[in-house]
Design a protein around this ligand. Structure first.
Ligand SMILES: *Cc1c(COP(=O)(O)O)cnc(C)c1O
Length: 396
């Protein structure tokens, strides 16, 4: 198949894309317009959590599309209620509002916290977030993010997101004033390069927010749905947050997200929140297929085995190449390199022949791994062997 440049020119330019078109995907593999196959360790940034086109997801979407796609969020539909019950049953949250992206779910979390502040905390509205955090690309979620440069990109920012430092409780305490309503964080900072909040920090943060009457919001857009080896990453520290957001893996590749909250926090009144596509049965049916696959007996055990295999393999590579080790939780891992050659490794991996490999470097000296949760042991071994070969080539 030919690469069609005219189509490229019809798209708004927002990022540098390689000159290839993906035409097909299956499990951990993608195929481009030339028929070349790629082992995919990015999976759309932890989105296609069951790999590409998993049969259970394809079937759920196909069957649902035949009967009902979107009756409007002004009416109940069965798949949305069935998925909401599954999420509340598996978590400490009582109610769910479905959205279409992580940014939209976080925007909803921010609105819910501000509304709660108006009703319960005499107008408190500030939400403490973290340096290098990532919460999405709407104006409010960009303001909540701590990505360098984002404070001025679309200035003026949305007000009320002072930044603390991850794993530094004093930096949080120093920011609390009578206008503070919540603290919001990713249990593992993904875009920042896979930086986990420590168990002690999560527990101390819960203690602090409880004492101060503040909400604790966990952004589990990247870490939720089994990614870290538990269904939700907050469960590693045994705490109960007040609000959680989900996206990415929850839809297995389709646009689905969720804002989850404990009953006491659900203060939206009619008209405060909504959205034309929110909670439509087509996407929530997809969500049910993903949820049930992840929660099938034995599935999470194998995720944890594969994660251990990946971790051990990355550590061995690190030792061999004199790198700085690896880190992460479950199937969200990073190789900490000794040099800033991440971009070169990503490119050489993609260009590898006859088969390529898709990798991600969130920072110049960090490679991030977000494989399908159901990647096989052989595929992980293959990825590690190829990575070794690619590092050798880049560093030759
Ligand atoms: C990807 C991501 C988002 C944004 O999700 P979108 O669906 O791209 O809007 C928000 N928070 C975290 C932690 C993410 O990883």
């Amino acid at each position: 198949m030919k690469f069609d440049q005219s189509g490229v020119d019809a798209l708004m330019e927002i990022t540098a894309r390689p000159e290839l078109v993906f035409v097909r995907g299956e499990g951990s593999w993608l195929e481009d317009h030339n028929g070349k196959r790629y082992l995919d360790l990015v999976q759309g940034w932890a989105v296609t959590c069951l790999g590409h086109c998993p049969p259970a997801l394809v079937e759920a979407i196909t069957e649902q599309a035949k009967v009902l796609i979107n009756p409007s969020p002004a009416f109940y539909n069965q798949p949305s209620m069935d998925l909401a019950k599954r999420i509340t049953g598996a978590s400490c949250f009582d109610r769910v509002f479905f959205a279409n992206s992580g940014a939209e779910a976080n925007e909803g979390a921010i609105k819910l916290a501000r509304k709660w502040g108006r009703v319960k905390r005499s107008g408190a509205y500030k939400i403490i977030t973290f340096e290098h955090g990532f919460h999405g690309r709407t104006l409010a979620t960009m303001s909540a993010s701590g990505k360098p440069g984002w404070d001025t990109l679309y200035a003026p920012q949305v007000d009320g997101f002072p930044k603390a430092r991850l794993n530094d409780l004093d930096s949080v305490k120093a920011l609390i004033d009578d206008q503070t309503v919540a603290v919001m964080l990713e249990p593992v900072q993904g875009e920042a390069g896979v930086l986990p909040a420590s168990t002690e920090f999560m527990q101390a943060l819960r203690e602090l927010t409880r004492q101060q009457g503040l909400l604790l919001i966990v952004d589990e857009v990247q870490t939720g749905m089994g990614r870290t080896g538990k269904m939700f990453a907050y469960q590693h520290s045994g705490i109960t947050p007040d609000i959680m957001t989900l996206a990415k893996g929850i839809g297995g590749g389709v646009p689905l997200a969720a804002l989850c909250a404990r009953e006491e926090v659900c203060v939206f009144q009619h008209g405060d929140q909504g959205g034309t596509y929110n909670g439509n049965p087509l996407m929530t049916a997809a969500g049910i297929a993903v949820f049930d696959t992840i929660n099938a007996p034995g599935f999470m055990d194998s995720v944890n085995e594969r994660a251990q295999q990946l971790s051990t393999g990355l550590l061995a590579l690190s030792a061999k190449w004199g790198m700085k080790g690896e880190r992460g939780l479950g199937m969200l891992r990073a190789l900490m390199m000794d040099r800033a050659d991440g971009a070169a490794i990503v490119e050489v991996a993609r260009k590898r022949s006859p088969q390529g490999m898709l990798l991600n470097a969130p920072r110049a000296d960090v490679l991030r791994f977000m494989p399908a949760l159901n990647i096989s042991a052989d595929e992980i071994d293959l990825a590690l062997a190829w990575l070794d070969e690619i590092i050798a080539q880049v560093r030759a």
